[in-house]
Design a protein around this ligand. Sequence first.
Ligand code: CUA
Length: 340
Amino acid sequence: MIAQHLEAKLPSAKRRFKSAGLYSPLILALGGCSGIQSALDPSGEESYAIAQLFWVMAAGGLLIWLSVVAVLLHGLRQKRSSVSEQDASRLIFWGGAVFPAVTLISLLGYALWLMPSLRPFIDAGEPALRIEVTGKQYWWRVVYHPPGREPVVSANEIRLPVGERVELTLKSDDVIHSFWIPALGGKMDMIPGRDNRLSLLAAKPGTFRGSCAEYCGTSHALMAFVAVATPSRDFAAWLAARAAPSPGVAGEGAELFIRHGCGACHAVAGTGARGALGPDLSHLGSRETLGAGILPNTKENIARFIADPDKIKPGVQMPAFGMLPSDDIGAIATWLKGLE
Ligand code: CUA
């Protein structure tokens, strides 16, 4: 879904831009309110509260602006005449001190009242799905910890069961990143040496886009991910399938993958590849995107990434493997795409 979105986005945006003419700023502004990465198109319990807070604040700001404009127009229409000192003082007291203080304190009070519901924590003893997400330059390690079962390692895609509260433990090994799925909740920094907790509840199924929201290096803008909320039963089936090696794991590609040293950095369950420096590729073929949310997941893009990752994602730590025979790169890409 995200892959199609990535492909479809450019031409349709161009068409819209051409036909929109004079209205384009308005259309662009309103277009930003919906979509897979918008806090104003909420699909989670926390994001509903955040969107509500935004609209209350925006309405408050609009009312204040309208009253200031009204006072200004009224002032411009008045004939110039001297105003008594007492009237002037009264206007300044009510309009310049009491009104802004009452309005701003009420808005602040409303925001503070809303805050606890934006950070609901799961008690330590309560069995709940915990997902550990570690920010890397420039991708995401994702480890699912289902209660009472072995952890499942993945990368660059987060799946959530609809209607269940999930707790995320957010970490970083290198620099500060920030984890954000605008459609589901607020953002939270990932700070080296610290575990931050964020809990999310997806209210309806959907595929959303998350991104890194803190500048973390050259490819910060290319550090995204896909978040998929599915009904609980589908989620359980998905997680169970991820706990075992991919059915497509045996093949010529596996042998080439090991021979060319890919297993030093990447792990693929069911093979000898157990590297932990790069993303786990055990079920790469079933992910929606490649390179942490930036490319549609196709065989051709996998091959491009292997040959020259720095061209696709500047500053990436993976070395280029363009010197490998192109048949070998093709075979590895085909094998990886088959790991569903
Ligand atoms: Cu990671 Cu910006």
